[in-house]
Write a protein that binds this ligand. Sequence first.
Ligand SMILES: [Zn+2]
Length: 227
Amino acid sequence: MNAPLPAKAFQARSISLSSRYGGRTVLAIGAHPDDLELAIGGMLARLSRESVRVVMAVVSIPTGFETRRAEAQRAADILGCELRILIDGECKRIDDIKNYQLVGMLDDLVRELQPAAVLTHSANEFHRDHVAVHNACISTQRLKPFDFFHFNPTMCRPVPVQFHPRAYVDVSKTIDLKMEAIAAHVSQFGARGLEGGEMYRDLARLTGRMVGVQYAEGIDVGRMLLA
Ligand SMILES: [Zn+2]
């Protein structure tokens, strides 16, 4: 049996985030506050530290508007990202707006920001709001040839939903920032301590083992140009 490729050799051949997105804009779109931190908080922290403008767009805040908005802002500050609340000023559910309105909001954002990459929920989700945002992003793809990635299903407790990452981001240096950003959502994770959030450290550790690094986040590739 051949010896496995050493992790270092593997990494040396990988594409760095800064070489691909440095000086450009990456747009991350989550249905609710905390989705982005749970799924790709480590990646977003890395991007913002590697001279990428990162915009975290949260579509809606279903409950506790002021509290959850403040928590989302604190988490975005920890990660070094800009925060946009798309349905701002009041509690609303994504079901409260029409599909075309949701697509229109995302279209406006993409026209304004001209992102090099967009990250959002995958189609494999147990939460219908997450699927609605995924579907709206699929429509928004028509506007511009950005890289398009889908992230791990997000939840406070483990739910058996299939998701197979096809690309991996080393977040070993930003895992603590990710955990801090998750903890900023006190209304969601405060009562359970960090138990709910800690599941994501475990997942990052397991995902890291797949690619020979300490911690990683997995994403699925919807569309990507290899120049
Ligand atoms: Zn959510």
